[in-house]
Design a protein around this ligand. Structure first.
Ligand SMILES: [Zn+2]
Length: 213
């Protein structure tokens, strides 16, 4: 069986489960539309699929995935802002009550950022280089305060600090900030250590990461 055939077989299992054995869930979701109360912004990395790591069912999780699970700052211009558009739909269209920014260990996007010699991207044009510039300040902070660490350890720190930075950027969107201030929307930072199999959550008041036991 090729890898593509394996996916098609997987689709057939999905079809059997949700459209033959128990079709009520999709019938309801198709009739009534989706109304997830949680949005998750996760990395595109194949090892950290939001629905798999949370065992979420169809209709429960509104998912946005991009390189390194970054939230760009609020920039109301005519550029193609895919992540901001998805957030706008989740918050203003669906009225989600929670946004989780979920990062992970061994993130290739963050490792790329740490390995870049020139933060201003004067080298080769690359969409990844431009995108990762969102967290240039995180890299600067980690490299200047933790210069004694090797690149792997710096990346490990950057992965978590980039989530904290994205949580701050979420608040730069006026319709997110207003809902957070009104107590209608909560922002969460999650970090999945795929080496330990541990999930950490960010404690906003203490500024620390706590393992979920
Ligand atoms: Zn990643």
């Amino acid at each position: 069986m090729t890898k593509l055939e394996k996916l098609v077989a997987g689709y057939k299992d999905f079809h059997q489960k949700y459209f033959v054995e128990d079709h009520e869930l999709y019938a309801r979701l198709a009739r009534g539309g989706q109304s997830p109360s949680i949005a998750m912004v996760a990395c595109s990395d194949s090892r950290v699929d939001p629905s798999i790591i949370t065992n979420a069912q169809p209709g429960e999780l509104f998912v946005v995935r991009n390189v390194a699970n970054l939230i760009p700052p609020y920039q109301p211009d005519s550029a193609y802002h895919g992540t901001s558009a998805a957030l706008e739909f989740a918050v203003q269209g669906l009225g989600v009550e929670h946004i989780i920014v979920c990062g992970h260990r061994h993130c290739a996007g963050i490792r790329h950022l740490v390995a870049q010699p020139d933060k201003h991207g004067n080298g080769e044009q690359s969409f990844v280089n431009s995108w990762m510039r969102i967290v240039d300040d995180v890299k600067d902070e980690v490299c200047s305060h933790h210069s004694h660490l090797d690149a792997g350890e710096q990346a490990h720190l950057c992965e978590r600090k980039a989530i904290e930075h994205s949580l701050r950027n979420l608040r730069s969107f006026p319709w997110i900030r207003d809902r957070v201030n009104a107590g209608k929307l909560a922002l969460h930072g999650w970090y999945l250590d795929i080496e330990e199999g541990m999930l950490y959550t960010f404690d906003h008041s203490a500024g620390t990461w706590e393992a979920i036991r």
